[in-house]
Ligand binder design. Structure first.
Ligand code: SF4
Length: 351
């Protein structure tokens, strides 16, 4: 049986026309699924019963199950989804007082990048998600909204490195931005990467207007090699060149994410080196005070240390935003809810 959400609009149209059925029925089915997450074929009241039966024999719509749901006082909600093979992933719905309803989605089960402070990478990567599974994350989160409310933003910032699963992510984002899909503006989609130059260039050449965020976390290769081990094979210079290329091709300013770890990368000398690296680039730096992970030795900097770091960047003319933690009480740091569930692997002795 095929996963309906894995089918691009073209594939679904082809399925109808190959059977002598009108292609517009494909758009009708897609509109039902995106407007009413959780719906089954027999509830699609404007399709003839024999067609509904034919569809139900060929496709399944939903392949995931909500294994856990948590809600924080600030209305942030996190879902732990169980996939058809029993693997589990996380996705989050964030709300703010401007009426933004943002989904944060995963692209892989686990992550191979091995950032030392991150819960998602602790056990490596199991597999990449399919297009349908990525779309299903967005729809399961949309299901949490009251009727009539819509999702406004997508951030691809959950478990996994999106640019190593680009072939499956891009069709999922196409469905998120399609008028018969979720209808979210491409400019409101952010892809966050550890910095894979080849993937950044590919995305730049597609010029699909997505916003690119590069997780830098350190101002030099020495420190970055320790915090983000995959950097040993890449190096900051190659990442910045690719980010510059992204700006040239798309005209979209790149965001550099920087998780502040107390005593490790939050000192004045780190800020000075970051200024030297980014000065003259049309960049925004997003500072993220660390969200502690059980079993890991890293700490959140004191608010004064974060403010001092931000001030040093701003003083040098760099635009800075500080992203405060949302959903603290729901294991909101990426990968934490998955690890807190019974049966999750323990952190090894090298923690
Ligand atoms: S921070 Fe992102 S890239 Fe690094 S291990 Fe975690 S999920 Fe992977």
């Amino acid at each position: 049986m095929l996963h309906l959400l894995d089918q691009t609009p073209e594939h679904l149209r082809a399925w109808f026309t190959e059977r002598g059925l009108p292609a517009f029925r494909a758009a009708q089915v897609r509109r039902w699924v995106f407007a009413k997450p959780g719906i089954e074929f027999d509830q699609m009241s404007d399709l003839a019963r024999p067609l509904r039966e034919q569809l139900a024999e060929a496709f399944c719509i939903w392949t995931t199950r909500v294994a856990a749901r948590k809600k924080a006082a600030d209305q942030t909600e996190k879902l732990l989804l169980e996939l058809s093979d029993g693997q589990r992933i996380e996705c989050v719905l964030l709300r703010d007082d401007k009426g933004h309803q943002t989904v944060c989605i995963s692209t892989q089960v686990g992550c191979a990048m091995g950032c030392v402070f991150c819960a998602s990478g602790l056990d490596g990567v199991v597999r990449s998600l399919t297009t349908g599974e990525i779309v299903e994350e967005m729809l399961r989160l949309k299901q949490l909204l009251p009727d009539g409310e819509r999702l406004t933003h997508v951030v691809v910032m959950g478990m996994g490195e999106p640019l190593v699963n680009l072939d499956r992510l891009l069709p999922a984002l196409e469905m998120a931005t399609h008028r018969d899909g979720l209808g979210i503006s491409a400019r409101r989609v952010t892809i966050s990467t550890v910095g894979i130059p080849k993937g950044i260039r590919r995305l730049a050449d597609l010029n699909c207007q997505y916003h690119l965020a590069v997780s830098l976390h350190a101002p030099d290769d020495d420190l970055r090699n320790r915090l983000v081990p995959t950097n040993r094979k890449i190096g900051i210079a190659a990442i910045l060149e690719a980010a510059d290329y992204y700006f040239e091709k798309t005209g979209r300013r790149v965001t550099f994410e920087y998780v502040l770890l107390a005593g490790i990368n939050d000192q004045p000398e780190h800020a000075a080196r970051l200024v030297a690296l980014l000065k003259g680039r049309p960049a925004l730096v997003n500072l993220i005070p660390y969200n502690p992970v059980a079993g890991l030795p890293y700490r959140t900097p004191a608010p004064a240390a974060s403010a001092r770091f931000a001030g040093a960047l701003e003083h040098a003319g760099i635009t800075v935003a500080t992203r405060f933690r949302k959903g603290d009480r729901i294991d909101a740091a990426c990968g934490q809810l998955r690890r807190s569930q019974p049966g999750a692997p323990d952190r090894g002795a090298d923690a």
